[in-house]
Design a protein around this ligand. Structure first.
Ligand code: FES
Length: 96
């Protein structure tokens, strides 16, 4: 039996503020990252859920991504970081 809530995920903040002048992850392109992470994970044969989240409370640093539960946090993520994040997720799972 596995404990509830222990599934490992890549979580992407996709919060979008109504004002274009207020920082938010979606306002900085995080929604595109969700599909990019899913695509790279699939290409690498990785069975991982890429989940969305409404706000980590670090909006000025976004787009923000974290590994859940309790994994590392990535700030200012761009499309150029996607492969490295998937690789880091693989390493994180191996290490713990
Ligand atoms: S909008 Fe992404 S952390 Fe707040």
């Amino acid at each position: 039996m596995r404990p509830v809530g222990n599934t490992r995920r890549i979580v992407v903040c996709v919060n979008r503020r109504l004002s274009d002048t207020t920082p938010s992850c979606a306002g900085r392109g995080s929604e595109v990252l969700v599909n990019a992470l899913r695509d790279v994970a699939t290409e690498q044969g990785l069975d991982v859920e890429v989940a969305t989240f409404s706000c980590f409370g670090r909006c000025v640093e976004g787009p923000n991504v974290r590994f859940s539960p309790g994994g590392p946090f990535f700030r200012g993520v761009t499309g150029a970081d996607v492969e490295a994040i998937v690789s880091a997720f693989i390493d994180w799972n191996r290490a713990s």
